[in-house]
Design a protein around this ligand. Structure first.
Ligand SMILES: [Zn+2]
Length: 310
């Protein structure tokens, strides 16, 4: 079932890119725990073997085959699937990747779904580059338009040592992530709050969407410097980090662009947004503000100039 295509097809250009963050990855992980725990992996296929970072395709297939899926978990933006025999499959969906639970047949080295529903009808689900065959007749497929997704197969006990995981900051939804801990992290940092919130080595899992949303709720300007934030401001940012991330997990993530749930369905956070990509719209606090977009290096920030002042 192995195949490899070495040329990249033309990809559509977009003005902006939305990358999966903690809520999108968490939604996939919860879906995996419902659907695939206890199943055995029978085989694997890809047309883009470069996405497998730890093995050549043949070696990957022989190493992953016959292993049972024990559980799925998340660390930052990584999906971790623990397998029998002390191995863990790490999947980073990167820019446009999302994992699907469905059925496909390979026709001319291209997966074609045999299912009805969103996996077939939604164009965002049509870029399956990597498949794990499961013993319930279903498959896990990684749809990844831009081919930046990464797959690693590593020893479970060594996960904490691999470079992608080693230096990550704490998980913001963990019970150990207290206000005290957040204050300690912030007092060690300098720079603009938007960038600090997005720094994976400070806090894990927050990117462009949710940093804008957190700061809108907290009433803090994205360019405010961390070292200038007082105790009250830090407490309110902390509160809304947890509030926004939980709200977005509850909404099954943001599907404005590529991301879909494990069943190929859309999340709904894009309908609940307060700031991100709402440039020119009235602030939902009805304070007369119009959401503004500014550049911070190569990234953008969206905020209300009325209730988020510098
Ligand atoms: Zn406002």
């Amino acid at each position: 079932m192995a195949g490899d295509r070495t040329t990249r097809p033309h990809k559509p250009r977009r003005k902006f890119i939305i990358v999966p963050e903690l809520p999108e990855v968490e939604t996939i992980v919860r879906g995996l725990n419902k659907k695939v725990v206890g199943l055995k992996i029978l085989d694997a296929w890809t047309d883009w073997s470069k996405m497998i970072k730890t093995h050549a395709l043949k070696g990957f297939i022989s190493d992953v085959r016959h292993r049972k899926i024990l559980r799925a978990r998340r660390r930052a933006k990584y999906i971790m699937i623990d397998l029998s025999g002390n191995k863990t499959l790490l999947i980073h969906q990167k820019i446009s990747g999302h994992l699907l639970y469905g059925k496909w047949e390979i026709e001319n080295n291209k997966p074609v779904t045999t299912m009805e529903g969103p996996i077939k009808s939604d164009p965002q689900n049509r870029f399956v580059r990597f498949i794990l065959y499961l013993d319930d007749g279903y498959m896990l497929g990684l749809s990844d338009l831009r081919r930046f997704g990464k797959v690693l197969l590593v020893d479970t006990v060594k996960i904490g040592e691999i470079k992608e995981i080693k230096k990550l900051g704490p998980e913001p939804l963990d019970k150990n992530f207290t206000l005290k801990k957040f204050r300690e992290l912030m007092t060690k940092k300098r720079g603009v709050i938007k960038k600090v919130l997005m720094d994976q080595f400070v806090i894990s899992g927050i990117g462009n969407i949710y940093s804008d949303e957190i700061l809108w709720y907290a009433g803090i300007h994205p360019l405010k410097r961390v070292e200038k934030l007082n105790d009250k401001e830090l407490a309110v940012i902390y509160k809304y980090i947890r509030f926004v991330l939980k709200k977005a997990v509850g909404a099954l993530g943001d599907s404005e662009q590529d991301y879909r749930t494990l069943e190929g369905k859309m999340g709904s956070y894009q309908n609940k947004k307060k700031a991100y990509h709402l440039t020119g719209e009235k602030c939902q606090k009805h304070d007369g503000g119009i959401i503004k977009r500014i550049k911070i290096n190569s990234r953008s920030a969206h905020f209300c100039p009325v209730h988020q002042r510098l």
